[in-house]
Write a protein that binds this ligand. Structure first.
Ligand SMILES: [Zn+2]
Length: 299
């Protein structure tokens, strides 16, 4: 069972989020038939997105993380909601690279580092909040820690890890540590001292099996208190209605060409690969609906 724990650290001078996401990442691997390197890259991004999404307040809020680094995996896109659900995809799910010298999967090589991380938060206001920073290493944890520290002005230590064995995700998790303003120097030193242990978070997640045991292993030695636990899972919220709206938003010309040249359309959802079939008749009905909608809008 995957969970994200919200934790108060050191008597309240800092907070931590600890996520065990092995099942979530394995579900993403099966959905997209991810090769090991792509599984690690997308799995790390999904884990971080789910953690950041779990900090949103409103039930209909959402958070989208997009990473484009110019590397062979292309773009990584993940959308998370406060209820712990997350969906995501990458452009090249079958991408695999030789492991790095230290045995870790070469996520930085797959993602590249010539690009940006973009975070869009839809908080139900008129305009979404958009933050963007340059990539640091393409390893994702460092890139998102830099984003949080610079763009959101929240100093952050973030560790993400995915272990793939026999083609399957067998351990995945993340730990985010954020000192609050005014955190004493001696507490900051204790938090920094966690870094070497957190660099092995995928192994810790595998050995722990759940978020509570992962928190105990990752934060051992520091006093902490679990404030909240949320389930985390890989799930897509696409529907025929959403796909219809997407088709309508492509415009009349595009719809007409599907009708006249292809006599129908097969549209698959990027996030879960579900295929939606539209017959020529259904497309014509959509086109009529779009025209009626346009007329209704005109004064
Ligand atoms: Zn879908």
């Amino acid at each position: 069972m995957d969970q994200i724990l919200h934790i108060s650290l050191l008597g309240g001078t800092a907070r931590a989020l600890v996520a065990c996401t092995t099942d979530m990442v394995e579900a993403a691997r099966r959905t997209h038939d991810l090769a090991p390197t792509a599984c690690a890259a997308l799995g790390r991004t999904l884990t971080a997105s789910a953690m950041l999404g779990s900090m949103l307040k409103g039930a209909d809020n959402s958070l989208t993380v997009t990473i484009r680094g110019g590397g062979p995996i292309g773009a990584l896109v993940c959308v998370a909601r406060p209820d712990g659900t997350v969906k995501g995809y990458c452009d090249e799910p079958r991408l695999d690279l030789p492991p790095r010298a230290d045995g870790k999967l070469d996520v930085g090589g797959a993602v590249g580092r010539e690009g940006r991380v973009t975070v869009v938060k839809d908080l139900g206001l008129r305009d979404p909040y958009v933050g963007q920073t340059r990539l640091v290493s393409g390893e994702i944890a460092e890139d998102l820690a830099f984003y949080l520290t610079v763009s959101e002005q929240t100093p952050s230590l973030l560790s993400l890890g995915v272990m793939v064995e026999g083609g399957r995700a067998v351990g995945a998790g993340g730990v985010l540590v954020q000192p609050f303003p005014g955190c004493p120097e001696e507490d900051l030193k204790k938090l920094e001292a966690l870094a070497p242990r957190l660099s092995r978070v995928s192994g810790l997640a595998r050995a722990a099996g759940d978020a509570e045991s992962l928190a105990a292993a990752a934060l051992s030695g520091l006093p902490y208190e679990v404030l909240e636990a949320r389930l985390a899972r890989f799930a897509c919220d696409c529907s025929r209605e959403r796909i219809e709206r997407a088709l309508l938003s492509m415009g009349e010309k595009e719809l007409l060409s599907m009708i006249e040249e292809q006599h129908g359309a097969q549209v698959s959802c990027h996030f879960c690969n579900r295929v939606y079939d539209f017959t020529e008749g259904e497309l014509r009905a959509l086109l009529a609906e779009g025209r009626a909608g346009k007329e209704a809008q005109e004064p």
